[in-house]
Design a protein around this ligand. Structure first.
Ligand code: TYM
Length: 340
């Protein structure tokens, strides 16, 4: 496969049920991006091992995630869709990049600090994978000489680290790696929890009422929105200082993303409206959207043969492309080529 357009790479961890945060923060843009970019969409199953639990059903979650990629309009004829563990070059480059990464910069990663604290409170040992997880992410991105990485705000720091690692390598060996840029939208790049709008909506939240999952049934979506925390002022007075009015801002960002409506137009339409009415609109809009998405999801999910074919063909293409980069890195570093 020849890459003629700028290259775009993104991924989701199959570490649980996907949420509207995953969709709004990144996946909703993937289909349209296929026009402008040569896209690689990866299911980051090796990343999910960092939070592996006995009953996690990784292989089921991986195929679930793949079905969502397809349901969101990612087309295997236009883009490369693959499972990370099927392309061994990722772990190879990850090791190499470990040797160009600094302990201190990994210690600064916010996500690591948060996850480690959660584990500390549960008196669990922190595994090494959780610590150097951003280096594997850097390998994912750099293997394909990626130009752009569409992600939510929480992943921005990891893309910045990727650039630092690439810069460090390039400053020693010349311009080997392209420097990727994160693509982060103004609205929807950090969807917050419904009951605790100061924290990010997350797949792993133990309180399911904080989260709208893409597979939630419509009744529970309405209930969750109904109970979502709002703020003390009317929606017409909203500004987007999340710190001031995080609950309402969050509902508006969800509505704007799902209805595909510009935020300024939306604010005019909602002028003077009661919170109850706003919540009804959000839950109607989400229900319509999720019903359609779920129908398409189940069409793909019920055809495992097709899913495996997509994953197989994607892996073959990804291996070819990533092997090109890896060969250059090996020879740059003086590793002896493999003789057939
Ligand atoms: P993950 O699986 O946590 O999330 C997948 C994508 O969803 C975005 N996201 C959100 N966006 C807005 N609001 C939220 N509440 C929200 N929750 C999640 C994330 O920012 C992400 O874009 N490390 C990555 C997966 C990964 C990756 C990569 C991404 C592995 N290799 C290479 C990009 C490039 C992760 O754990 O995402």
């Amino acid at each position: 496969m020849l890459f003629l357009k700028p290259i775009l790479f993104s991924a989701v961890q199959p570490s649980g049920n996907l949420t509207i945060g995953n969709y709004i923060g990144t996946m909703r843009h993937w289909s349209i991006m296929q026009k402008k970019y040569d896209c690689l969409y990866c299911i980051a199953d090796l990343h999910a091992l960092t939070a592996q639990e006995k009953n996690m059903c990784l292989s089921k979650n991986t195929l679930d995630t793949l079905s969502f990629y397809l349901a969101c309009g990612v087309d295997p004829k236009k883009s490369i869709i693959f499972i990370q563990s099927h392309v061994y070059q990722h772990s190879q480059l990850s090791w190499i990049l470990n040797c160009f990464s600094q302990f201190s910069e990994l210690l600064r990663m916010t996500q690591f600090k948060v996850k480690r604290n959660v584990e500390k409170n549960h008196v669990k040992q922190t595994n090494l994978g959780l610590f150097n997880y951003p280096v594997l992410m850097a390998a994912d991105i750099l293997l394909y000489q990626t130009n752009f990485v569409p992600v939510g705000k929480d992943q921005k720091q990891h893309v910045e680290l990727t650039r630092n690692i690439a810069n460090r390598f390039n400053s020693i060996y010349g311009n080997i790696f392209k420097l990727p840029k994160p693509l982060i939208h103004q609205y929807g790049s950090k969807i917050m929890s419904l009951l605790e709008p100061q924290k990010k909506m997350s797949k792993s939240d133990t309180n399911k009422n904080n989260v709208i999952f893409l597979l939630d049934d419509i009744k529970s979506v309405s209930l969750k929105i109904k109970h979502a925390v709002t703020d003390s002022e009317r929606p017409s007075k909203i500004d987007y200082n999340i710190e001031n009015k995080p609950g309402i801002s969050n509902l508006l960002e969800i509505l704007s993303a799902i209805s595909n409506k510009d935020m300024n137009i939306l604010l005019k339409e909602l002028d003077g409206m009661m919170y109850r009415e706003l919540k009804n609109i959000v839950s109607d809009c989400l229900s319509k959207f999720l019903s359609k998405l779920q129908r398409s999801y189940y069409d793909y999910r019920n055809d495992e043969c097709y899913l495996k074919k997509v994953a197989h063909e994607g892996a073959m293409k990804a291996r070819l492309k990533s092997e090109e980069t890896l060969k250059i890195i090996h020879s740059t570093l003086g590793l002896v080529p493999y003789f057939k």
